[in-house]
Write a protein that binds this ligand. Structure first.
Ligand SMILES: CC(C)(COP(=O)(O)OP(=O)(O)OC[C@H]1O[C@@H](n2cnc3c(N)ncnc32)[C@H](O)[C@@H]1OP(=O)(O)O)[C@@H](O)C(=O)NCCC(=O)NCCS
Length: 345
């Protein structure tokens, strides 16, 4: 009997880090004054309750794929690689309306890496952190050298402009990061998880198959009555969960990385709501010297895109520096979360 050969072990890079980050912000600015045409509210209420003064909403040409290609192009350029070196494309989105094929394939084709593994994930506002965790594992596990992680949303398509609890919150945009090999650790342990018992706190009002009457060929019905689904949210429990539970998760990410809050060069939380950010700063006892991402003021809540968009802005404005440590934390519908300390590209 011949011996069963041993499978050759797979080896990857010792560590990984983010090599480049890029963002795309739609052209159209939607100020609070425009939101006030749809809901009974005030500019002051929106500013004080959410920190938002304006958001960007995508036009017809600014599709999920197009915005992603723009953001990814910048991330690839900053990483100093070419598209054909991308070993996998991961796209996190909840607002791409074609279920198959994955929008990641359209993006990889447009970028020039059409043979790379390409797939979408659905992890809402934690999507960027989920993607970073997958990329880190793939690079250290030896299944890819460089991984493109994209967070992209057109939440305006899912916003009921007459819903007072959500009409002012959401925005559109794309953010991308190139993750690749590193000699030293550039991504700390990603503390991720979910609380599925609270899965209904933020959700799509209706599933696609019940929102639309399906054509019934046998009985001759063609389908009718579009009831376009929107995002709905129970604001107060979401707020409480984010403030109490997410500060603990952020602390776990710091502890796992062996980093203290005062050693951070930036705090980049998901841009959900400025009051949630402020409460987390307090709970973490973050020193005033640590710069905090406040991109929500001009961008609104762009879910999976919000962390890379905010990261790009902080690096562009000089608020944060390349090589500094940043604490990132995303959280949202699911409820799902992911936090980590990362080295800024
Ligand atoms: C959405 C949110 C801003 C609403 O604030 P809130 O204080 O919980 O609002 P409530 O629904 O309890 O209403 C409080 C008051 O504000 C009023 N109100 C609600 N929406 C309003 C609006 N858009 N404009 C003006 N007033 C509004 C209510 O009528 C109520 O008035 P009353 O006290 O006279 O009855 C808040 O719950 C929140 O920030 N939640 C977290 C949302 C979030 O970050 N989600 C993203 C997670 S990924």
């Amino acid at each position: 009997m011949t011996a069963v050969p041993q499978i050759r072990p797979v080896t990857g890079a010792a560590h990984s880090r983010i090599h480049g980050v890029g963002g795309y912000r739609p052209v159209r600015v939607v100020p609070n004054s425009e939101v006030l045409e749809w809901i009974d509210s005030s500019d002051e209420w929106i500013r004080t309750r959410s920190g938002i003064t304006e958001r960007r909403w995508a036009g017809p040409e600014e599709s999920v794929a197009e915005m992603s290609v723009q953001a990814a192009g910048k991330a690839i350029a900053q990483a100093g690689i070419t598209a054909d070196q991308i070993g996998a494309v991961i796209v996190s989105t909840v607002s791409h309306f074609k279920q198959t094929p994955a929008v990641a394939t359209e993006i990889s084709l447009k970028l020039g890496c059409p043979t790379a593994p390409a797939f979408d994930i659905s992890a809402a506002c934690a999507g960027f952190g989920y993607g970073i965790n997958l990329a880190d594992g793939m690079i250290r596990g030896g299944s890819a050298e460089y991984v493109l992680v994209i967070g992209v949303e057109r939440l305006s398509d899912m916003t009921d402009v007459h819903d007072r609890s959500t009409a002012f919150i959401f925005g559109d945009g794309a953010g991308a990061a190139v993750v690749g090999p590193s000699d030293t650790p550039g991504i700390g342990k990603v503390v991720w998880g979910s609380d599925a018992t609270q899965k209904d706190l933020i959700s799509q009002t209706e599933a696609w198959d019940t929102a639309f009457a399906k054509p019934d060929a046998i009985n001759g019905s063609t389908g009718d009555e579009a009831r376009w689904p929107a995002l709905r949210m129970d604001g107060q429990p979401v707020f409480r969960w984010a403030v109490w539970e997410m500060a603990k998760v952020a602390q776990q990410a710091l502890d796992a990385a062996g980093v203290t809050a005062d050693q951070l060069g930036a705090f980049i939380p998901h841009q959900a709501n400025m009051r949630i950010t402020d409460a987390m700063i307090k709970a973490l006892k973050l020193p005033a010297s640590v710069p905090v991402a406040r991109d929500i003021a001009e961008t609104g809540n762009t879910s999976a895109a919000s962390i890379p968009l905010a990261m790009e802005r902080m690096l562009q404005t000089g608020e944060a520096k390349s090589g500094d440590l940043a604490l990132i934390i995303g959280f949202g519908a699911g409820l799902v979360y992911a936090a980590a300390v990362v080295t800024l590209p």
